[in-house]
Design a protein around this ligand. Sequence first.
Ligand SMILES: Nc1ncnc2c1ncn2[C@@H]1O[C@H](COP(=O)(O)OP(=O)(O)OP(=O)(O)O)[C@@H](O)[C@H]1O
Length: 580
Amino acid sequence: MKVLLHCQRLRFIWLAKPAGRHFHRDSHLWAPLTLDDFEAINRCEKPLPKNFNFAADVLDQWSLKEKSGERPANPALWWVNGKGDEVKWSFQELGSLSRKAANVLTKPCGLQRGDRVAVILPRIPEWWLINVACMRTGLVFMPGTIQLTRKDILYRLQASKAKCIVASEEVAPAVDSIVSECPSLKTKLLVSPNHWDGWLNFQELLQSASEEHNCVETGSQEPMAIYFTSGTTGSPKMAQHSQGSLGIGYTLCGRYWLDLTSSDIMWNMSDTGWIKAAIGSVFSTWLRGACVFVHRMAQFDTDIFLDTLTTYPITTLCSAPTVYRMLVQKDLKRYQFKRLRHCLTGGEPLNPEVLEQWKMQTGLELYEGYGQTEVGIICANRKGEAIKPGSMGKGVVPYDVQIIDENGNILPSGKEGEIALRLKSDRPFCFFSEYVDNPEKTDATIRRNFYVTGDRGVMDDDGYFWFVGRADDVIISSGYRIGPFEVESALIEHPAVVESAVVSSPDPIRGEVVKAFIVLAAPYKCSNREKLTAELQDHVKNSTAPYKYPRKVEFVQELPKTITGKIKRNVLRDQEWGRA
Ligand SMILES: Nc1ncnc2c1ncn2[C@@H]1O[C@H](COP(=O)(O)OP(=O)(O)OP(=O)(O)O)[C@@H](O)[C@H]1O
């Protein structure tokens, strides 16, 4: 199945040899792959087909099922903006509009299979159209959030050598200010009712484009998308994914973690720039034939958020822990959610206190998942399995998740080490292909026969994984190893704490000590700081091993975060160590 090449400078690259069973769609021998096939491929019980295209092999199949009445009359995409505007597309409408969009990309934009397209759009329906149009044409989709600054956009366009940028008016001026420094960029496509000098207009071109389009027969391992990582620990890396890794790799995630069926309505809050949008708002959801629900909020607002859940028949919700931390500050018992039955979170550790409060106030569990841009979901609390508050759940199929030491040896349960994925003879097909133009970083993810995540954790006797912290975030004080998450989770149990970030801080005797940066809840903002510090320190000493308590405490208005909302502990740590 797979050939392992031993290259110069001890670099390993994998060439998976896909099976040739999947005939060209025009051939009389061609049979569409079914959801059962995708699940079997995901379980590694069936080989990856030679060719695969998510638009043709998944979306167009749902269109046919919709036509024949085999799928409920649920939209494929349901978009609202809170101002009375609404878009509902069936799979058939999504099909015909995305074919038109494909013609816009190849004809007036002049793009060819394999070209890279930077797409920086807010949560508007066109984002989904361009996404599917790129699949149909074999273009490599590179999403980015509209919160990117001029400098971020320049970094992304130069690093990727993108041929085209698709943007909205929010970011067009920033693009214009740096375009002269991006020689590879040939086309600027604006998604707006207005015309801008030097930009083609998507809406106008879409209206006149033909609906006739033959989907490109992409190889399963052909590049489909490039995701820039969050940049929590440094410059974002370009993780490249293939048609198969994204298009098939999330089948089981949709079934077991998201628990979706074709009559579900999934609201995933992730920004369009991150892989979580791809998982929850494209691949997992549409593989299961469910409806993708989108609310374009100008900015996150808890009242609008809660109103949306009471107004629309959303069944499944996925949001970052930060959002749940804010929501549990409200009196949630006042709200009657219309159809909500399954709630998910991930991207950051979820404090057990938040899970308990959410459950107490809404009656619903919170199913946490743990993953990375590079390899997708690694651990998750699956529907139907008992949740252990504070744990990220068990390893997900097809991954063999282990805790290893610095030499790549598997550690027994209960021992802290690095979270890693065991690579048997085959590299799992759902892995990213590489960090583009960065073979050293790609190689550095492999230790002996493991993919190392760079995160530290513990597996218990029941196979549940417990997050300790990113390897760089672990604090070593007087010889003790202290994970920030445990201290932060202890702090948030106290009613004065909305959220906190725990980092190492220099100390002349202990080398480094635990320091907590704390955002206070409104009623505690005017409290006596000295008294409150002592109270919080005592609280941590009582709820976890006393050596973990924060010897230094600083109260802050807010914590530094990435645009995905993740706490940037490295910024606070550098500040403490005078490296800022
Ligand atoms: N449920 C979770 N619990 C704890 N941490 C999580 C969870 N889910 C994701 N993470 C963290 O997020 C990381 C993956 O996030 P992402 O792929 O966006 O890149 P990043 O590591 O934040 O950014 P960069 O690699 O650019 O520094 C994981 O390695 C882990 O540290």
